[in-house]
Every structure is written in C-alpha cells, then in structure tokens.
Design a protein around this ligand. Structure first.
Ligand code: HEM
Length: 205
C-alpha cells in the first residue's frame, strides 16, 4: 500500500533540511579549520559520502518495515531518499564550483570514467526524486514501483564511482560494498519469500 505522506511539499522541505544541515557542516568546517588546506575537495567528498550513506539507509527501510511491521519506515524511506538526492545535487555543485569549474560541462562530465559513473548514478536519482510525491505515485500507478527499481542501479553505480575514485586504501569501499551486498541480499530474500511459501504450499498440496 502507498504510504501516506505530505506530497510535493516534502520535496522542498527535504531539500531545505539537507541544505541547512550541509551549510552548517560546511560552515563549521571552515570556522574550525577542520576542512584542511583543500576545503573544496574535502567538502565535495563529504557531500558525496553523505549521499551514498543516505542511499544505503534508504535501502534498509523496506527490510525494517518487514521485520518490525511498522509502516512508518516507508515515510522515513522517502525522506532519506530525498535527502540522498539533495546531497548528491550539492556534491555535484561542489565538484563544479571547487574542482573543475563551470566551463565546458560535457568535457567535465566525460573526463574520467569514475566521473561518468557518478553522472550515471546521479541521472538515475533524478526521476526517483521527481516522482517521489504521492501525487506522482498515484499518477504512475504500477509503473511507479518499476521505475523506483532504478535505485538499485543508482546505488550500484554510485558504489563503482566510489571505488573508482579511490587512490589507495580500498578497505572503506570494500566495507560499504559488503554492506550494500547485505542490504540487496536481504531485500532479494524478502522478495523471494512469497515465492518460497507458494512453492512450499504447492509441495504440501
Ligand atoms: C555528475 C555526478 C558526479 C560527479 C561529477 C562526482 C564527482 C566526484 C568527485 C570529483 C569526487 C572526489 C574524487 C577525488 O577524491 O578526487 C567524488 C567522490 C565521491 N562521490 Fe561523487 N560525483 C558524482 C555523483 C555522485 C553520486 C550520485 C554519488 C552517490 C550517491 C557520489 C558519491 C561519491 C562518494 C561516496 C565519493 C567518495 C567520497 C570520499 O572519498 O569519502 N557521487 N565524486
């Protein structure tokens, strides 16, 4: 069943929340000097990591609902998904502002394979964010669920982007990859659940 939610108003709300929090973190980083000698790089990385972590948290919501039986996780899922998108937007804006500049965007986004992967992940997130309001969910009907399977592609390609940009110490990326594999595995088992029970019943019958 579609979760009850405040509709399109949630989009600017989530964006505003993410923006305020990100500005706080970035502002505090500058003031305290915690962002180091290359703040643009650190800020870009921090925003990308936040977007990726929020995507993972979004994926965890459906299994949580299944285990706890509380439907409210689906509302949390929507907010987390929107936060992930807005952090991804801020990450891309920070990349343009602090790292490569705003000229010749095509060359910028096709410069390196890991950037192409980031751009693909980002493009997958756009239709998900645009169709997140309940009104869009109703309009799209059964296609909404199909369209939202794009999150798997988005998070998978975002992980490749994460892995690809690493220069050394792959431990962190491998850890996130394992977490992602567990989350996807749990969801796959959950989806196979009804099939298994049907097969079992057919066996017994
Ligand atoms: C057009 C889209 C994107 C561009 C141009 C882009 C660009 C970048 C750049 C320049 C870096 C830093 C690489 C370095 O250290 O030199 C980076 C890191 C990263 N990006 Fe992206 N990115 C994009 C999309 C995304 C998306 C959609 C996500 C996740 C949802 C993401 C997650 C990350 C993560 C996790 C890191 C590593 C942060 C760390 O080292 O802690 N990026 N990206």
């Amino acid at each position: 069943m579609a979760p009850k939610c405040g509709g399109a108003a949630r989009v600017p709300l989530a964006g505003g929340g993410a923006g305020i929090f990100a500005s706080y973190v970035v502002g505090w980083g500058y003031v305290s000097g915690a962002v180091g000698p290359d703040p643009g790089q650190i800020i870009t990385e921090a925003l990308g990591l936040a977007a990726f972590q929020l995507l993972l948290a979004t994926l965890a919501m459906t299994p949580l609902r299944r285990w706890t039986g509380w439907g409210g996780w689906l509302r949390v899922r929507r907010m987390l998904g929107l936060f992930a998108f807005f952090y991804a937007v801020l990450h891309v804006l920070a990349f343009l502002q602090f790292i490569l500049g705003w000229s010749d965007l095509w060359a910028t986004f096709t410069k390196r394979p890991y950037i192409i992967a980031g751009a693909v992940a980002f493009l997958c997130l756009v239709p998900l964010a645009v169709t997140s309001p309940v009104s869009a969910m109703r309009r799209l009907g059964p296609y909404w669920k199909r369209l939202h399977k794009l999150i798997y592609l988005a998070v998978g390609v975002a992980w490749v982007h994460f892995l690809w940009q690493a220069r050394s110490d792959l431990g962190e990326m491998v850890m996130y990859g394992l977490l992602l594999a567990i989350l996807l595995g749990v969801r796959a088992i959950g989806q196979a659940g009804p099939v298994w029970s049907l097969l079992k019943r057919a066996d017994i019958g």
